[in-house]
Design a binder for this molecule. Structure first.
Ligand code: 5AD
Ligand code: FES
Length: 354
């Protein structure tokens, strides 16, 4: 993009983010048209496996931060992760996301490698693996790619470095530059790269969000997952709501972010974040109508789901995988969308940039 184009986009994106409900409806319809034209009418499911809530980091917004002693820590065994992959496969979700708190000790790295090898052996590529395991060395990322992981999610959280340090401790473990560098490494290694930001978190302005969208475009990412900030009582950012945004405000802003992003990057995959559903029972369907095309149903064994609380009021803690599948089918048919069963559902953007 030229500087002039960026300027023009900034203006358009700001218009969408600050639109009133009536004007937003027009933008949302445009975004939906762009979705159908560029990524198609199918919504793709990614079975989410929350492998562990053990984490070395101490992010000021996150419920599984190291300093939260009021959480029961767990880690699924390799067998439990493989069973969850099988649950996803049985539901015809041809893609899973393995997510966990951040760690990079050798035994953790080895465990992931071993899971990847076993998935490769069992499913021979019939199930796509996305990792969401935080910042790792180039060597580790290369090892996991070689063992079959193809996509990686690493939210930048905010593209504004100053804001990033209002949400994270300013120490060696939490450096903005390394996070950014890791996104670049992921791309060089060959992953389909996903990132994202928190929306409506303390100290953030609309301008920051416009800059985040421009950042996604400049990074030329394939996937985005972004959702509303939900204040967690056991974290430092709890009740630091100096902008006096309500949960509903953040929800509405998140829908506008999705539509704005779909206009800016029509052929990428955009997730309807689960945190939307924590605010509005129809959150994810509204996101799909706003331009999202990915949903991540939880396939974590039920006994561990409640312990993986990044934010309060997390949905689907008690439902079995098959219940979520039926529920989502009914919900998506209400918004006239089909489901891409047994397909990886890669973003067309990924193939175009190759
Ligand atoms: N509210 C909303 N999203 C959160 N995340 C972590 N804590 C919260 C919160 N309190 C998001 C982060 C992280 C992703 C896995 O969950 O953006 O990258
Ligand atoms: Fe889990 Fe509706 S998606 S119950």
């Amino acid at each position: 993009m030229t500087e002039d184009q960026i300027k023009e986009w900034r203006c358009r994106l700001m218009n969408i983010l600050s639109s009133d409900n009536k004007t937003y409806k027009v933008f949302a319809d445009q975004a939906l048209d762009l979705t159908l034209q560029n990524v198609g009418e199918k919504v793709f499911f990614r079975g989410l496996i929350e492998m562990s809530n053990r984490c070395v980091k101490d992010c000021y917004y996150c419920g599984i931060r190291r300093s939260n002693s009021d959480t029961h820590r767990y880690e699924l065994s390799e067998q439990e992760v493989l069973s969850a992959v099988q649950v996803a496969f049985d539901q015809h979700y041809a893609s899973v996301v393995i997510q966990a708190g951040e760690r990079s000790n050798p035994s953790f790295i080895k465990k992931i490698s071993s899971i990847l090898s076993e998935v490769k052996r069992r499913y021979e590529g019939k199930i796509g693996i996305t990792l969401s395991l935080g910042e790792q060395s180039r060597e580790t990322l290369e090892e996991w790619f070689a063992l079959g992981a193809r996509r990686y999610l690493l939210r930048i959280e905010s593209s504004n470095k100053d804001l990033y340090y209002k949400w994270h401790p300013n120490d060696n473990l939490h450096t903005f530059d390394r996070r950014l560098e890791t996104l670049k490494i992921l791309r060089e290694v060959g992953y389909q790269v996903g990132t994202g930001v928190l929306i409506g978190a303390p100290f953030q302005t609309l301008e920051d969000l416009v800059n985040d969208l421009i950042f996604f475009k400049k990074m030329d990412v394939d996937m985005i997952g972004m959702g509303p900030f939900i204040s967690h009582p056991n974290t430092p950012l709890f009740d630091k709501n100096e902008t006096s945004q309500t949960l509903q405000d953040r929800f509405q802003l998140s829908l506008r972010m999705i539509s704005a992003l779909r206009c800016l990057m029509p052929n990428i995959n955009i997730a309807a974040a689960t945190s939307l559903q924590a605010i509005d029972p129809m959150g994810r369907e509204k996101a799909v109508k706003a331009g999202a095309n990915i949903i991540m149903p939880n396939v974590t064994p039920q006994s561990s789901r409640a312990d993986y609380q990044l934010y309060p009021n997390k949905p689907c803690i008690d439902e079995e995988a098959w219940e979520c599948k039926g529920c989502l089918e009914a919900r998506l048919s209400m918004v006239d969308r089909k489901i891409g069963y047994d397909e990886w559902g890669d973003a067309p953007h990924f193939f175009e940039r190759l």
